[in-house]
Design a protein around this ligand. Structure first.
Ligand code: SAM
Length: 257
């Protein structure tokens, strides 16, 4: 079933443009990735913990393919593994510049272009669908690592953690992006009040602000089991004074941490 879906989605010449009509839009090659050098470092560390020949990794939210997708392929590719990239390629509903970009550019074909330029086409298996639909075609405990970076509203992140935690094998890793701290660091009430928003700006913080959705969902569902890399000092690795907003949990037994 999964291989049939992938064959359809990756068939050359097919245009994936939302409503079924072919749009002639340009590629969004001017957009720089949002993942930082620190995020890339942490992603590599996490992948190395679960690396094995033929490893299976799922990314929820790949966007243009030049950020986390690229970094993960650098580890997965040489091992002959697969990176399943789940995305609607319509951008996040609550991010205005995503919506604007999706109206004027072809996000899916930008992704395919970037993946090709990085030499990662054999590794990447695009799944053009919602996270919820994609979860239906993965058996439980099949992924070595799942990286959650899709819908950033609280309900979306909560759903992603709930549905994807069970897809990770024992000893594997569930992780995600954009968790800049524990809820009490930003104020519980403020985190709740803004939890449908993508990002809340802050002054005088290590980060320019915080993402209330991931912050609240990680706190509620995973609590202290989640390692927040924003609290890890990366100075010894050449990242003086800079932090990553990646979080992760090791899955010890089915669905538990
Ligand atoms: C923050 S971007 C991902 C960034 C990417 N990981 C990177 O490093 O550049 C979020 C992506 O999630 C996708 N997305 C949002 N909600 C989704 C959903 N429910 N199912 C699948 N993809 C979704 C958006 O289309 C968007 O491309």
């Amino acid at each position: 079933m999964l291989s049939q879906v992938i064959r359809v989605l990756t068939r050359p010449g097919r245009i994936h443009s939302g409503e079924g009509c072919a749009k002639q839009q340009g590629l969004a090659l001017h957009i720089e990735p949002r993942v930082t050098q620190e995020d890339r470092f942490v992603l590599r560390q996490l992948l190395e913990k679960v690396a094995r020949p033929g490893m299976v990794v799922v990314e929820i939210g790949s966007f243009l393919g030049n950020g986390s997708t690229r970094t993960m392929c650098e580890t997965i590719g040489p091992l002959g593994g697969a990176l399943y990239c789940v995305d609607t390629w319509r951008g996040n509903d609550n991010v205005e510049w995503h919506q604007q970009l999706a109206r004027t550019h072809d996000l899916f074909n930008t992704f395919r272009h970037n993946v090709g330029v990085f030499g990662a086409t054999p590794t990447v298996k695009p799944l053009l669908m919602t996270s919820l639909d994609a979860a239906r075609i993965f058996a439980d405990e099949t992924a070595d690592l799942v990286f959650i970076d899709g819908d950033h509203a609280y309900q979306g992140v909560k759903q992603d953690i709930e549905i994807w935690r069970r897809k990770v094998r024992q000893g594997g890793i569930l992780c995600g992006h954009d968790c800049e701290g524990r809820t009490d660091e930003f104020g519980e009430e403020r985190v709740r009040r803004h939890c449908d928003e993508d990002f809340v700006r802050l002054n005088g913080h290590t980060f320019a602000g915080f993402h209330p959705g991931p912050v609240r969902a990680v706190a509620e569902l995973l609590g202290p089991a989640a390692v927040l890399w924003c609290h890890q000092d990366l100075s010894a690795h050449g990242h003086q004074g800079r932090r990553s907003s990646i979080w992760h949990v090791m899955v010890k037994e089915a669905h538990k941490f």
